[in-house]
Design a protein around this ligand. Structure first.
Ligand code: FES
Length: 558
């Protein structure tokens, strides 16, 4: 930790301060001080999302390869490339780089009945017994407070996962653990800080006071390992196995959850590799494991996981899709927070662009559903070809940038930033890679069990992104295989819904453990046919355009 006599950093908004530690970047200072700054690439200077403006003596961060000339002229810098040199340094985290919260991430449709109220385990405590259900997501921590006397939900709350400061995707976080001697401890501390924030928000908004005696967490394998104090590093290399698939129950005190020390804490077991307890919990909420009908289950978030099956069999995989649908890996991308463009229309004759913005104000970026709409509309308007390349037609709002051709989504005067909101050719490639990985993962599962698509009766879509998704846009691009629209069921945050169900009814917890044990993990990295399926899905909507467009009406595909 630095000596405050050498310098001090002041972060805005909030006016939090941190002593200067010579040689460290501003992002490293912010992480230590618990100041949230988006940093999807984990501080490697690639994503351009850790934007700040600075007053005082600093070096670097004005990278021409990542920031546009306008941004550099306006004094924007990258926190991960900028080093404070001494004295007092004022840092303003720019609005588009500040994580925020969104209530939509906490709503989940409980499609399957939780059954009679049968609490897991209620120990006598101080006052009313309370339970916490937590969806420990890569980007968002979403929780619910349960009255254990009757199973009712008293409050819901969500916060950004502060681990985002160490990388937006799971691989970046594993690399962070491997490259920093105290990386695991720091990631764990950030996670506990985020969980503490969710719990305090839950308790503050509940009319009932009491003691938290039950805690059920559903998370992906990496976040679950970190919560349990285990390094996720082994999962990065073949055979990509987690150290533990089941996590014996501990107390909140054992795991460092200060606001629930006496709670019994259970973490949903993992299916394997990158298919974690959040998928087990999501399947539990969908009820697909209790049905005769064969269903597909998609969890589309920062990562993408897919499961296929019914009461007799299940198989699941991780699609290695990038975070493009959570706004990551896309220059103008942001999460679905106020100020995000969430739907886009392009007039196919005038190429005029119109959009809606969450919160109704001027936009500062585009969230996943907006990105999906944007790509689908560009395709319908003939401004993207089937190979995923821009087709700059006369009158269409394209612009040359130092990163190549870009489509102008919103001009500087129309939005909340000082520059045009641009969608570049490399953004388009990220979206297409993400959609191809998701689509090919489902095709690979169907091939693995020898099923045709016609056998699938339902397609469940879970995850925050699923709340806002325009299915017609998704099918136009080929994000999913061409199922009829009526087969889709949007679940919202199914992982949280499953955790709530497991707190309310102990049989559901037992069911989750059993369904996890009987679900096969399909490792796509050793599936020889996957790469071909992926290559075919890199087209819009697919190399087999006729079959892939069949689920949409002609107007929808234009
Ligand atoms: S460019 Fe700074 S975190 Fe990605």
């Amino acid at each position: 930790m630095g000596d405050p006599r050498e310098g001090i950093l002041r972060f805005f908004p909030g006016n939090a301060s941190a002593p200067l530690s010579p040689g460290d970047t501003i992002l490293a200072h912010a992480i230590r001080a618990g100041i949230p700054i988006l940093s999807p690439c984990g501080g490697e200077g690639r994503c351009g999302k850790c934007r700040i403006s600075v007053s005082g003596n600093v070096r670097g961060g004005d990278d021409p390869g990542v920031l546009s000339p306008e941004e550099r002229r306006a004094g924007t810098r990258l926190a991960c490339r900028c080093t404070p040199l001494g004295g007092e340094v004022g840092i303003t985290v720019l609005p588009e780089s500040r994580p925020a919260r969104l209530s939509a991430y906490i709503e989940g449709k409980e499609t399957a009945e939780d059954g009679p109220y049968l609490p897991l385990h209620v120990v006598p405590g101080k006052g009313n017994p309370l339970g916490v259900a937590l969806d420990a997501g890569t980007s968002t921590l979403a929780g619910a407070l349960i009255d254990l006397r009757n199973g009712s939900v008293l409050a819901r709350a969500a916060a950004d996962n502060p681990q985002m400061a160490c990388g937006e995707d799971l691989i970046s976080r594993i690399v962070f653990v491997e490259e920093n001697p105290d990386g695991l401890a720091l990631l764990r501390r950030l996670l506990l800080q985020g969980i503490g924030q969710v719990i305090s928000d839950l308790l503050r908004s509940s009319s009932l006071t009491g003691e938290i005696v039950e805690f059920v967490a559903a998370g992906n394998t990496v976040v679950s390992h970190i919560l349990y104090g285990l390094s996720p590093a082994p999962m990065r290399r073949p055979p990509h196995r987690p150290t533990l698939r089941e996590y014996p129950a501990k107390t909140g005190k054992d795991l460092g959850i200060a606001s629930a020390p006496s709670a019994r804490l259970r973490i949903f077991p993992s299916i394997g590799g990158f298919v974690g307890g959040d998928i087990v919990s999501g399947i539990l909420a969908s009820g697909m494991h209790r049905e005769d009908a064969v269903s597909l289950f998609y969890d589309v978030g920062t990562n993408g996981e897919v499961a296929l099956g019914n009461r007799e069999f299940r198989i699941a995989c991780s699609s290695s899709a990038g975070p493009a649908f959570e706004g990551g890996e896309v220059a103008c991308g942001m999460r679905a927070y106020p100020g995000a463009i969430d739907s886009v229309r392009i007039d196919p004759s005038s190429f005029e662009v119109s959009w809606t913005v969450i919160g109704g104000d001027k936009p500062s970026g585009v969230c996943g559903s907006g990105i999906l709409d944007l790509c689908a509309e560009l395709f319908r308007a003939g401004l993207i070809d089937r190979a995923g390349r821009f087709v700059p037609r006369a009158g269409a709002p394209f612009r040359d940038t130092d990163r190549g051709k870009a489509f102008i989504v919103a001009r500087a005067g129309q939005n909340a930033t000082d520059a045009d909101i641009l969608f570049t050719a490399s953004d388009l490639k990220s979206v297409i890679r993400t959609k191809a990985a998701l689509c090919a993962a489902a095709e690979a599962l169907l091939e693995a069990v020898g099923f045709s698509r016609e056998k699938v009766e339902r397609v469940y879509i879970a995850g925050g992104f699923g709340n806002f998704l325009d299915l017609r846009s998704a099918l136009t691009l080929g994000v999913f295989p061409p199922f009829p629209l009526e087969k889709f069921v949007l679940l919202g945050n199914a992982s949280l819904a499953g955790a709530i169900g497991a707190i309310r009814n102990r049989k559901r917890w037992e069911e989750a453990c059993a369904l996890c044990a009987s679900t096969d993990h399909h490792d796509l990295s050793s599936d020889l046919g996957f790469m071909e399926l992926y290559q075919r899905a890199l087209f819009i909507p697919h190399t087999d355009a006729e079959r892939y467009s069949a689920s949409l009406s002609p107007e929808a595909t234009r």
